[in-house]
Write a protein that binds this ligand. Structure first.
Ligand code: AMP
Length: 429
């Protein structure tokens, strides 16, 4: 059957290929993150992409947008209800409980890097498969708030290592369970008589997740909320002291932050400190990182009550707004191109062998044997090659190589060993 009439296939809506040379930037960002995680004592965890649907229903919360409408859920061939993970906190908590990590000396500090899936309306900075770099920190000393502060300091260290200077850290507290319940009741009491004037989403949230109404983007709803009771007034003493500690420590470490009383975050499990890091460089989807503390989730997923705090950075957005001078953009030079000039004894086998000799000397190399000179330059440009190496009859006779520096266009012929040493210096770390 002829295949020529078949239509070409494309990525699924909302999903995309990450391609070179951009993938080198992703790898560099992840390498930087790994280095900073190691500095703060975090070790990597890799959980499955597929989990039981119930994990997210219980862990993230039935009333959230994620669980309510954004999950990729299906029944597998064994009749299990499974879901492509929409976030990684619940899976990490599941693993913490499942593997008895509570028995390890605390704190247990874990980080992850990987894809997440949400069936959202795609737009700039919002994908159905996106990638997160995140961490969860379990257990705390006598003052749990220090864990929140340490996590924020880690984030500041990572983002400044990546070259960011204009990011804004927004923090707030949603208080502990008791404070939240008291506030929730007050908010529902305030909004119920106004329900007619709320949009469909907010009216639904009034029953399921009223705190979420606070971060509405609809101007008319924002106006209604001006007179709403404030969360701060409903904080009990414990919650108030916790947040006070976080703020004073952030001041002490000179972390620039803003308190945003409307920041509540969309996930059910947060208690106490919540935070978001936003970039002016992004449009509506301007949050590159979100996180917070959660003191009840481990218990809700079957473990013993454990204070925990975590965050997730949206890697897609992070790479989007990575500063032009970020060290993560300085990748290794492209491969050296090995080309032939004129008719050469053994022809392309000569360049093939030379390319392998260079690689064994630690030099990244591509064999461009059979290509004419125009094609060689095109290849050098496309691959960002620092060098093109020529071998012709003269070079073979004299035991030399001719190097062309692609930036300066200077050409030099050197004894073979010397030429290889010169190339190797370009790739030395
Ligand atoms: P969340 O898990 O909702 O707290 O999100 C944490 C971070 O992940 C956000 O600040 C975004 O940077 C990123 N993120 C969440 N959803 C998406 C998405 N659909 N596409 C791209 N990035 C996302």
């Amino acid at each position: 059957m002829s295949r020529t009439n078949q239509t070409a296939l494309q990525t699924v809506k909302g999903m995309r290929d990450l391609l070179p040379p951009e993938t080198a930037v992703w790898a560099a960002v992840e390498a930087t993150a790994r280095a900073i995680f190691a500095r703060y004592g975090y070790r990597e965890i890799r959980t499955p992409i597929l989990e039981e649907t119930e994990l997210f229903a219980r862990g993230v919360g039935e009333g959230t947008d994620i669980v309510g409408k954004e999950m990729y859920s299906f029944e597998d061939k064994g009749g299990r209800l499974v879901t492509l993970r929409p976030e990684n906190t619940a899976p990490v908590v599941r693993a913490y409980v499942e593997h008895g990590f509570a028995q390890l000396p605390q704190p247990v500090k874990l980080f992850y890097v990987g894809p997440q899936f949400r069936y959202e309306r795609p737009q700039k900075g919002r994908y159905r498969q996106f990638h997160q770099i995140g961490a969860e920190r379990f257990g705390s000393g006598a003052v749990p708030a220090t864990a929140d502060v340490e996590v924020l300091l880690l984030l500041v260290a990572l983002l400044s290592e990546l070259g960011f200077r204009d990011l804004k850290i927004l923090v707030n507290t949603v208080g502990d369970e008791e404070s939240r319940a008291s506030y929730r009741a007050a908010l529902v009491e305030f909004l119920t008589p106004l329900a007619e004037r709320l949009g469909d989403d907010s009216r639904r949230r009034l029953a399921s997740n009223p705190l979420r109404i606070l971060d509405t983007k609809i101007p008319a709803e924002r106006e209604l909320l001006v007179g709403a009771p404030s969360l701060a007034e409903h904080l009990n003493e414990r919650s108030r002291a916790h947040f006070e500690f976080v703020r004073s420590a952030l001041d002490e470490f000179q972390v620039p932050y803003e308190v945003d009383p409307r920041l509540v975050r969309g996930l059910d499990y947060y208690t106490h400190t919540v935070f978001e890091i936003v970039s002016q460089g992004l449009g509506a989807q301007n949050a590159i990182c979100g996180g917070g503390a959660y003191e009840n989730l481990v218990g809700e997923l079957g473990g013993a009550d454990t204070y925990a705090v975590g965050f997730a950075i949206g890697e897609d957005r992070l790479v989007d707004v990575l500063p032009a001078d970020s060290p993560a953009r300085l990748s290794l030079p492209g491969p050296t191109i090995v080309a032939l000039v004129g008719e050469v004894e053994r022809g392309e086998r000569t360049s093939f062998a030379l390319a392998e000799t260079l690689r064994r000397a630690g030099i990244s190399a591509i064999d461009a044997g059979g290509k004419g000179s125009k094609a060689v330059w095109k290849l050098a440009e496309a691959m960002a090659s620092p060098w093109v190496v020529f071998v012709g009859a003269d070079e073979l006779r004299d035991g030399t190589l001719t190097l062309r520096d692609t930036a300066t266009r200077e050409q030099t012929t050197l004894p073979r060993e010397q030429a290889i040493a010169r190339l190797a210096a370009s790739y030395a770390r």
